[in-house]
Design a protein around this ligand. Structure first.
Ligand code: AMP
Ligand code: MN
Ligand code: MN
Ligand code: MN
Length: 270
């Protein structure tokens, strides 16, 4: 069974439409899929249909702040119609807009004018993220690559202040009947002591799972995350964090299997 519980569409910073993503998942024999766009559930209302071969798990990836860092919490098996969730998504959209204005102001000071309007046009939705700013910086010839754009212009200090606490996003997810999952624990580049502090806070707030697998990763990383997950009594999730088709290192469902000694999060979906 191919499982991918972390993917993006063009409703956030992905490139495929929700229907194109589903079609790619079908081609790649994914039977359990979650669309987890950043701070939005729009993909679920945009979807035309889901074939019988795929079980689609309602999900989201919330941006949060923890000790001035941006941390991502995935919510899986949530009730899309839940009022707590609806309000949460509206609040996050608002925060994203305020943040985008701030990023544009920062770029203006760096000598790049009109970034807000240009970026909003590229995003084509009101869910503007830094990858859209990166695309704008490339389109206007300011940068040559996304990596350069992030390095020189978009690694702005204290952007986490726009987001709610990790505990707040966990409250939203639990309020909507879902399971809160710590996304890509290795991406934050925390020392082990700090990662354990984050997991202490995450679990104290009701977080129940972590991504043991996040995209292609090395065998030792999988073993490391699996043992941390088991030691802490957490459920295990796996996902590619797929955003677009033309990146061979981040293809949909192209991930190592979950180690057999982990308890898969999907056994606990309501
Ligand atoms: P935002 O939601 O505005 O904080 O943007 C975060 C998103 O940018 C992540 O979900 C990734 O898709 C992407 N991203 C983060 N860091 C980089 C990077 N160094 N290079 C390319 N994309 C990145
Ligand atoms: Mn992204
Ligand atoms: Mn993320
Ligand atoms: Mn993601």
């Amino acid at each position: 069974m191919h499982v991918d519980l972390h993917t993006h569409t063009d409703c956030s910073d992905g490139k495929l439409t929700p229907d194109e993503l589903i079609s790619r998942a079908l081609d790649r024999k994914v039977s359990l899929l979650s669309i987890t766009d950043h701070d939005t559930l729009s993909a679920y209302s945009a979807l035309e249909s889901v074939p019988a071969e795929i079980t689609l798990v309602p999900g989201i990836e919330f941006s949060c702040g923890w000790k001035k860092l941006e941390i991502h919490i995935v919510g899986l098996s949530i009730d899309l119609a839940n009022p707590v969730m609806q309000k949460a998504v509206a609040d996050q959209q608002q925060a994203r807009l305020v943040r985008a204005r701030q990023i544009a102001e920062h770029l203006e000071k760096q000598g790049v004018p009109d970034a807000f309007d240009g970026t909003a046009q590229i995003a084509g939705n009101d869910n503007i993220g830094r990858p859209h700013f990166a695309a704008f910086l490339i389109e206007t010839g300011v940068c040559k690559s996304t990596t350069e754009a992030f390095k020189k212009y978009l690694s702005i200090k204290n952007l986490a202040r726009y987001w709610p606490e990790v505990s707040t996003s966990i409250e939203w997810i639990r309020g909507a009947g879902g399971i809160a999952v710590l996304a890509h624990p290795l991406k934050y580049k925390l020392t082990r002591t700090r990662l354990n502090m984050l997991l202490d806070d995450f679990q104290a707030a009701g977080g129940r799972a972590m991504e043991v697998i996040s995209g292609k990763q090395l065998e030792w990383q999988t073993r490391d995350m699996a043992s941390l997950c088991i030691k802490r009594g957490l459920l295990a999730s796996c996902g590619s964090d797929f955003h677009q088709p033309d990146l061979s290192w981040a293809e949909l469902a192209d991930i190592p299997p979950l180690p057999g000694d982990c308890e898969p999060v999907w056994r606990h979906f309501a």
